[in-house]
Design a protein around this ligand. Structure first.
Ligand code: 3HC
Ligand code: NAI
Length: 699
């Protein structure tokens, strides 16, 4: 049952019942339409209430239905709203929890609205690359005023019901209930009080004007310009609200509907919807059901107060979870604590954090030099030097002191988590938690599942990740896990492009124009070119047949490690991040090219982008096939949240799907013919070849 029907004396109550958030899928819409018909047919019923069961009123249209026939299937949302607008008996929306998107639009179509305090009210469609498509852009301005409504529509941000109720002249809410608990009773009383009022008030009949007319909409267009880069929806929101002020209601609705349908088919909206669902899907592990019991995590220990340890600790402090940090020496602890303080103080200075909150967080932090003081922590995260010998010593100590059932996590970025687990007598309690730098800011967390990691450990860390507001993605054990394993191929292509004729700035510019936050060479300078150098040196002995450009090694031999040395692929002025091209580096690349006997050629931006992005895609297809990632959307989340892949392209796998896997394979076959590239690498991964041949997609 997706909508329940009950009669309380002379009031019918239709309760949406489609957990988790009463998404307005086809069955729920049908349930609402049936309920309305039943109530109107019952002579004993004088007024009708629509409300939601569970978490709240409604989270809006069912996002899972988008792009399928079901969205438009009758009764579609505009039709349901039309049915309730035309109801001969008054319909009251009783709102609590969340009233978002189509959920709010449903309420706007009702004759009256009673809201519980604390309700999150929003038209968040813009965040999905859409605009409200069931009258929201036409009705909300009539109830809240054009400016307040447009702000909500363009930002998509939720506003609390009691705040909206305070807006001068608002007609959105007819009543704010005393509390969420009393909403049902108060809504019934309200419905009775208006049972005989005629004519029934309809939002469509209210006027809609802005006193400054065109000048205001010009101003609004300028305001959204910044956020419109690469996203068509915000500017369209302005168009639709302007239409509300210039047209008859039904004509305005037609304008809105047309824009909504067009936006639905844009790659940007597809990407944003994919991300919404992908972020949530990432937390689900196929063989770890949601019923898996979790371990109680009330306190954390962090080993190592360096770059990562400090940032990791801050995540837990921010979430109100006490942290104890261990170091080898007091000076290292003092340095680590001072960095944490500095970070928080800069947030206080920027007014992003209140002084008392800062103090509360610092009060949750304690330090020690002795493992014997850690035993009570429910989870420990190791962030010491990246050397297997050091990790061995640390994990043996942790095995000795930690209480039974404690989770032992490592932040290693390259080492074998199974090997680390084997240093303990409890490998089932060991897991990799690969944070990204700066760990207190970056959203991505790769959760590395060892061969023996227990299911309840996985369930627990996925839950904890949510608490500290990370997007956690599970990776199997392999060199580089998901993200760094892929970036190695991308970096290799960057090197070949230099050998063949590009400059670092040309490569960076092309991929930044594609939308990446930073090109591979600027990124190398930021992360430190010495890190890649160390990895390559290992590869040269472990995988001697792997082909690399030598330019990056030559750069490192000059000590140009990047921003930290003031010079890398580019030059840097101290204290600034601007990358200034360096003539010597360009000459070094040219000389190397000459020594290889290569005549440089002009390489198009298109080729640069394809080689970089498709190298990610091919490696990702191997990762998927090997089961290192369990779904393509997980790989997209890694690249979007951790590597600056353009959001509006939805991640490398989504982008490959958009391009068409057949076309991706064709391009790879072309690249394989380039003698200066790596023909073996460009053999399409079997999974990719198969999907392309079958006309299928990754996602
Ligand atoms: N459709 C389908 N599923 C939805 C949904 C929706 N509109 N909103 C949330 N869900 C699902 C999520 O996918 C998730 O599923 P899961 O349990 O299987 O992972 C579950 O509900 C819970 O979601 P959250 O983890 O996000 O739970 P929170 O409590 O943190 O947040 C929320 C709840 C504030 C409602 C948040 O989910 C949200 O912002 N949802 C999106 C709202 C939205 O964008 N609505 C507009 C839809 S477009 C529209 O209405 C078009 C119309 O104008 C025609
Ligand atoms: P770091 O050098 O800044 O910090 C390491 C800290 O560990 C130092 O303060 C050191 O005193 C301490 N330490 C070393 N041995 C110890 C021991 N036996 N007991 C207690 N403390 C000890 O290093 P960073 O960058 O923080 O890296 C830590 C770990 O995080 C490494 O495994 C690294 O691979 C990983 N990592 C690093 C990332 C980065 O961008 N820096 C990103 C993701 C993971």
């Amino acid at each position: 049952m997706t909508a329940q029907y009950q009669v309380h004396g002379d009031v019918a109550v239709i309760t949406m019942n489609n957990p988790p958030v009463n998404g307005l899928g086809l069955a729920t819409r049908q349930g609402l339409a049936d309920g309305l018909a039943k109530a109107n047919a019952d002579a004993a019923v004088k007024s009708i209430i629509i409300t939601g069961g569970g978490k709240g009123f409604s989270g809006g249209a069912d996002i899972n239905e988008f792009g399928t026939d079901k969205t438009m299937q009758e009764p579609n949302l505009p039709s349901v709203i039309s049915v309730l607008e035309n109801s001969p008996k008054p319909v009251v929306a009783a709102i609590y929890g969340v009233a978002m998107g189509g959920g709010l639009e449903l309420a706007l179509g009702c004759h009256y609205r009673v809201a519980a305090p604390g309700t999150s009210v929003a038209l968040p469609e813009v965040k999905l690359g859409l605009l409200p498509g069931a009258g929201g852009t036409q009705r909300l301005p009539r109830l809240l005023g054009v400016e307040a409504a447009l702000n909500m529509i363009v930002s998509g941000e939720p506003v609390k019901s009691e705040m909206l109720a305070m807006l001068p002249g608002q007609k959105l809410f007819d009543k704010i209930a005393a509390s969420p608990e009393s909403l049902a009773e108060e809504a019934i009383a309200f419905a009775r009080s208006v049972a005989d009022v005629r004519p029934l008030p309809l939002v469509r009949n209210l006027p809609c004007k802005h006193p400054q007319g065109d000048a205001y909409f010009q101003f609004a267009r300028n305001m959204v310009k910044g956020m419109s880069k690469n996203y068509p929806a915000p500017a369209k929101c302005v168009d639709a609200v302007e239409a509300a002020t210039k047209n008859k209601f039904d004509d305005g609705v037609a304008v809105e509907r047309e824009i909504f349908i067009n936006l639905m088919w844009t790659p940007e909206s597809r990407a944003l919807r994919h991300i919404f669902l992908g972020e949530r899907a990432a937390s689900k592990i196929p063989d770890v059901p949601s019923s898996t019991p979790v371990r109680d995590i009330k306190s954390i220990a962090v080993i190592g107060a360096g770059t990562m340890g400090g940032g990791i600790a801050m995540n837990f402090l921010n979430a109100g979870i006490p942290v104890k940090m261990l170091e080898m020496k007091q000076e290292a602890l003092d340095r680590g604590i001072a960095t944490i303080r500095k970070n928080y103080e800069s947030q206080v200075a920027k007014k992003k954090l209140k002084q008392d909150k800062y103090e509360q967080r610092m009060a949750l932090l304690s330090t020690t030099l002795s493992y014997d003081e850690l035993g009570d922590a429910d989870m420990v995260i190791e962030a010491v030097f990246e050397e297997i010998g050091v990790k061995e010593a640390v994990f043996k100590e942790l095995d000795r002191v930690m209480k039974p059932g404690a989770i032992l996590a490592s932040n290693t970025s390259t080492l074998d988590v199974d090997k680390i687990a084997a240093f303990t007598k409890r490998p089932e309690d060991v897991v990799g938690l690969h944070f990204f730098s700066p760990a207190n800011i970056m959203k991505l967390l790769e959760v590395v599942r060892g061969a023996k990691t227990a299911k309840d450990v996985m369930a627990t860390v996925m839950g904890i990740a949510k608490k500290i507001r990370k997007t956690a993605v599970v990776s199997g054990v392999c060199d580089g896990f998901i993200g760094n394993r892929m970036i190695e191929q991308y970096g290799r292509q960057g090197g070949f492009l230099l050998d063949e004729g590009c400059t670092p700035a040309q490569v960076d510019k092309a991929i930044e124009k594609f939308g990446f936050a930073m090109g591979p060479f600027r990124m190398g300078d930021l992360a430190g070119n010495d890190i890649g150098w160390a990895i390559r040196k290992r590869r040269y002995t472990e995988q001697p047949d792997m082909k690399y450009s030598k330019t990056a090694d030559l750069l490192c031999e000059k000590g140009r490690f990047g921003q930290k040395t003031g010079a890398g692929w580019y030059d840097y002025v101290p204290g600034k991040r601007d990358a200034i091209p360096n003539a010597e580096v360009v000459a070094m690349i040219e000389e190397h090219r000459k020594s290889l006997g290569i005549t440089p050629r002009k390489i198009s931006d298109e080729e640069i982008v394809q080689r970089l992005v498709f190298s990610l895609v091919n490696e990702a297809a191997h990762i998927l096939e090997e089961g290192i990632a369990s779904k393509a959307s997980d790989i997209d989340m890694v690249y979007l949240m951790g590597y600056g892949f353009p959001i509006y392209r939805g991640g490398p796998m989504n982008y490959a799907d958009e391009v068409g896997l057949f076309n991706v394979v064709q391009a790879m076959n072309r690249f394989a013919k380039n003698p200066l590239d790596d023909a073996k690498f460009w053999q399409p991964a079997p999974l990719l070849a198969k999907l392309a041949a079958e006309g299928k997609t990754f996602n």
